[in-house]
Unconditional design. Structure first.
Length: 185
């Protein structure tokens, strides 16, 4: 954000695209006229993941994220809201276990916690972040449960990955560039 604030002032005749930043990140009340900010709403991706999980029959869910940062919390709250909406529609109840790991250091700790959750009845965990997804993969491979990923499309990691709640950077940037070059920005 601060780099775009500097560059947009230093080069007022150049247009900039800021990916996943807001006016607050730039440090201004309004986005400069030569900057277009693409922001993502993690709660929407999380909502769809939660809805899909329950629609597939999973009602005992887990969410694991590293820190209680706004984007991670939005994935979690969206996941819960989507799961609740699907459960209400189907006349079911849903439970959600949440763990913000912090800096645990040893990935085996996360893997073991997820194994314990799966062995305790949790059927699917949404794991936010690459390291936690790796731990989730180890846990699902040992227990036969399922995981949902965030960030990028991780469905190719195996049949134990039910889906990926992703931020599609390339499509968002392509849309904005198309708008700009077609004069519709």
């Amino acid at each position: 954000g601060s780099s775009i604030a500097w560059a947009s002032t230093e080069y007022p005749d150049v247009n900039f695209v800021g990916v996943d930043i807001t006016a607050a990140d730039i440090g201004t009340e309004e986005i400069p006229a030569n900057v277009y900010c693409i922001t993502f709403k993690e709660e929407q991706a999380g909502y769809l993941a939660g809805y899909a999980a329950v629609a597939e029959g999973y009602t005992a869910l887990g969410f694991v994220g590293r820190d209680e940062l706004p984007g991670i919390v939005r994935y979690c709250t969206g996941f819960l809201q989507g799961a609740n909406a699907a459960a209400e529609r189907q006349g079911q109840n849903v439970t959600l276990r949440v763990w913000y790991t912090g800096d645990i250091g040893d990935p085996a700790v996360a893997t073991q916690r997820m194994i314990d959750w799966f062995n305790g009845g949790t059927g699917l965990i949404l794991a936010d972040g690459d390291a936690l997804m790796q731990s989730a993969l180890e846990a699902v491979n040992q227990t036969g449960a399922k995981a949902f990923a965030t960030g990028w499309d991780q469905n190719a990691l195996g049949e134990r990955v039910l889906g990926s709640a992703i931020q599609c950077y390339n499509a968002a940037v392509q849309r904005q560039l198309y708008k700009f070059f077609s004069g519709n920005s």
